[in-house]
Design a protein around this ligand. Structure first.
Ligand code: HEC
Length: 223
C-alpha cells in the first residue's frame, strides 16, 4: 500500500469520525433528551420506603372473666413493684412523677387537681372505667398517644386484671365491673340470663312463658 493510499484511508477514517461527532452534536441540539427523574414504572415495595401499615389495636380478651378471678392482694403487690416509683395509692397521697391514684376508677381522665397532665391524657373523654384502664395499662402509648406516663405496659392479661382489681378496691366511685361471663365462651349447660337449655323436651312449657291463651275468636264480627 502506497503512502497516497494510506493518506486516503486515513482521511476516510478521519472524515467518518468527524461526521459521527457532528451527527451527535447536531442530534443533541435538535432533540433535547430528558433524563427521567423517577422510574416510570413503580413497583410496590421496591425503591420507595414501604407504606407504614396502620398498627391494628391488639384485641384484648374480655376483662370481665379475668377480673372475676382477679387477686387484689397480688394486684397491690404488682402495683407496688411497677407503679409506686411514680404513683401513690393512699387517700390524699401526694403526687410524684405521676398523679396520686386513689379513686381514679370512675373519675375523669386527669383526675388530680393541679397535676400537670399531658393533653393526650387530659383530652380523653368520659370517666375512667375498668375497660379503659385495661387498654391504658396494656399499652399507655397506644391508649393516649403522647402521654407522659413513661411505662411500657403490662402484657400479662391476668396480672393487668389483678392491678385493675386493686385500683377498683381503692376507688369508691368505680363503675360496675364488666360482666364476669364472656358472651362467646358460655360453658355448655350454663344458664345465662335464666334461659332454659335448648335440650328441654319440646312438650314442656317454657318457664316464665305465658300460659297457653285461647286462640283469637275466629267468629269475631268482621268490620
Ligand atoms: C415512670 C413513671 C410512671 C410509672 C412507672 C407509672 N406511671 Fe402512671 N402515670 C405517670 C404519669 C406521668 C401520668 C400522667 C400521664 C399524662 O399526663 O399523660 C400517669 C397517669 C396514670 C393514670 C391516669 C391518672 C388520671 O388521673 O387520669 C393511671 C390510672 C396510671 N397512671 C396508672 C398507673 C399504674 C397502674 C402503673 C403501674 C402498673 C403506672 N401508672 C406506672 C407516670 C407513671
Amino acid at each position: 500500500m502506497g503512502s497516497l493510499e494510506l493518506n486516503k484511508a486515513f482521511g476516510a477514517i478521519l472524515t467518518a469520525g468527524i461526521a459521527f461527532m457532528m451527527a451527535g452534536l447536531v442530534g443533541g441540539v435538535l432533540v433535547h433528551p430528558h433524563r427521567l427523574e423517577h422510574s416510570a414504572i413503580h413497583i410496590e415495595g421496591v425503591g420507595a420506603a414501604p407504606a407504614a401499615a396502620p398498627a391494628a389495636p391488639e384485641a384484648l380478651p374480655p376483662l370481665g372473666p379475668l377480673l372475676a378471678q382477679a387477686n387484689v392482694a397480688e394486684g397491690q403487690q404488682l402495683a407496688q413493684r411497677l407503679c409506686a416509683s411514680c404513683h401513690t395509692f393512699n387517700q390524699g397521697g401526694r403526687s410524684g412523677v405521676g398523679p396520686n391514684l386513689y379513686g381514679v376508677d370512675g373519675a375523669p381522665h386527669g383526675h388530680v387537681e393541679g397535676f400537670n397532665y399531658s393533653a393526650a391524657l387530659k383530652g380523653k373523654p368520659g370517666p375512667w372505667d375498668d375497660n379503659m384502664l385495661n387498654e391504658w395499662l396494656h399499652k399507655p402509648s397506644a391508649y393516649a398517644p403522647g402521654t407522659r406516663m413513661a411505662f411500657a405496659g403490662i402484657s400479662n392479661h391476668q396480672q393487668r386484671a389483678n392491678v385493675i382489681a386493686f385500683i377498683r378496691s381503692i376507688s369508691p366511685n368505680a363503675p360496675p365491673p364488666p360482666p364476669a361471663e364472656a358472651p362467646a365462651a358460655t360453658p355448655a349447660g350454663a344458664v345465662p340470663g335464666g334461659t332454659p337449655p335448648a335440650t328441654e323436651q319440646g312438650s314442656q312449657p317454657q318457664q316464665g312463658a305465658a300460659p297457653a291463651s285461647p286462640p283469637a275468636p275466629a267468629n269475631a264480627p268482621a268490620h
